[in-house]
Design a binder for this molecule. Structure first.
Ligand code: ADP
Ligand code: MG
Length: 238
């Protein structure tokens, strides 16, 4: 996929990334500094701006933790994972946010396990990022569905696929071409890092991602990950 390749190329431009990070962190810091100065005058109540100050701090925190996801050597251990379980956990961790947004998260039945090898925390982050974008794309509630497509050797299909579909605002082609670029966001409180991190992690797992979108109808992200062949003995033991 040419689009994704272009995005991956951009990741190597360390200088661009550094400038972006500095910018993204300086904005909420400048705002915080202003509030602190205002409070220091003693002419406004201390608690008046705490909510907005808190949300500026949260933005800095999210920016930093999304970036840290790319460089956590101590957690980069590849283990055998059942994607059904990982998706279930990712959905659970977004339960509250979905509820607040009036969004239903649904996962299709998948009787067979879908084994892959990967870094659990990173893959969980991938699905949380994509599901979260789905939730945020629906301003009046709706549904985000998760479906699976099992690898099928006879069809020459070596990847398991996870298909995440929302009924949100959708994206025009120009926007679709830009997602995943560092700091590209259309949201007030967005970091524009979620998909960059997502693409990078999937790339590290020899997988791929595609996105399709229709304005006003919704967006579908498909995450493909190479299947892991369970040794027969392991299957018998369980
Ligand atoms: P953020 O969510 O912080 O904006 P992301 O990297 O996760 O950063 O997403 C970048 C941009 O891609 C979003 O701001 C949005 O414009 C677009 N986008 C991503 N997922 C979706 C989606 N499911 N529906 C509509 N737009 C999306
Ligand atoms: Mg996001």
């Amino acid at each position: 996929n040419e689009e994704l390749f272009v995005n991956a190329e951009k990741l190597t431009i360390a200088g661009q990334l550094a400038a972006g990070i500095a910018h993204e962190i300086r904005n909420p810091l400048t705002s915080l500094k202003g509030f602190i100065q205002l409070i220091a005058t003693g002419r406004v109540p201390n608690d008046r701006y705490s909510a907005i100050m808190n949300s500026e701090l949260a933005l800095i925190e999210t920016t930093i933790s999304e970036l840290l996801m790319l460089s956590k050597p101590q957690m980069n251990e590849f283990v055998v994972i059942d994607l059904r379980q990982l998706l279930k956990e990712s959905i659970q961790s977004l339960h509250n946010q979905a509820k607040i947004g009036g969004v239903k998260l649904e996962m299709a039945d998948q009787p067979q396990p879908l084994w892959v090898k990967g870094v659990e925390s990173q893959l969980r982050q991938v699905f949380i990022n994509v599901l979260k974008n789905g939730i945020e794309s629906m301003h009046n509630g709706g549904k985000v569905t998760v479906a699976f497509r099992q690898a099928d050797e006879e069809m020459d299909e070596e990847d398991h696929s996870i298909i995440i579909r929302d009924e949100g605002v959708g994206m025009p082609d120009e926007q679709l071409a830009r997602i995943g670029q560092p700091f590209y966001t259309t949201k007030d409180k967005g970091t524009g890092l979620g998909l960059m991190v997502t693409y990078k992690i999937i790339d590290n797992h020899q997988g791929s991602i595609t996105a399709e979108s229709q304005i006003g109808a919704g967006t579908t992200f498909t995450v493909n990950l190479p299947q892991h062949h369970m040794p027969h003995s392991a299957l018998v033991e369980k």
